[in-house]
Design a protein around this ligand. Sequence first.
Ligand SMILES: [Fe+2]
Ligand SMILES: [Fe+2]
Length: 219
Amino acid sequence: MKRTPESLFEHIAQDNEILSLFKPHSWRVMYLSSMLAKKINIYDEDLRIAALLHDIGKMGISKKILLKPSRLNTIEKTIVESHCHIGNLIVRKELGKTRAARFIRDHHENWDGTGYPRRLIGEDISIQGRIIRICDSFDAMTYDVRNYKVTKMSYQEAFHELRKCSWTQFDGNLVEEFIFLLTELKIPDNWYYNFNPESLAEINKKIDNFNLIARSNWR
Ligand SMILES: [Fe+2]
Ligand SMILES: [Fe+2]
């Protein structure tokens, strides 16, 4: 049977507690990243695959470490950070998707060079990695169980946080595109629960429209 990104994800998530737990997060990051990439006209299948499988490298990491509510010690941190390399390896070896694997490796790099695993700076980080970085963080702030705060942030609070970390953690231009997109699309906070291919098609149509308007404004 030919292995697809979806079947790989489902297959591993099926018998892995951690990946099942993060499944909705992975789907949301895939949708959000795809929208943002489409907005700036660089969407392709490798971006989509990388966003869906960005955390697949967490499969072997203990739940005790991944869900630890208190600060991680140095060894635990090293273990968690290894998920970028492991994910890169899985996607390269299992799917033969070298380019998508590179985006996965980049998804925790920070604009100012303080990220991991390679401490890349600015545009040395693939733009796809920078996109996933933003969508992943946004989702962690608004939905994720890993979030240490008891109450989840509202979209507005998360936008504020993204802006606060622009040009340190995040590519500030992409942050503005992302906020514009979510604001203009008027996606409600609970969008994920009634999400389906039709609503994605609808959203993509709107994004194409924004892009058309933007292009005509340049002229
Ligand atoms: Fe990650
Ligand atoms: Fe993630």
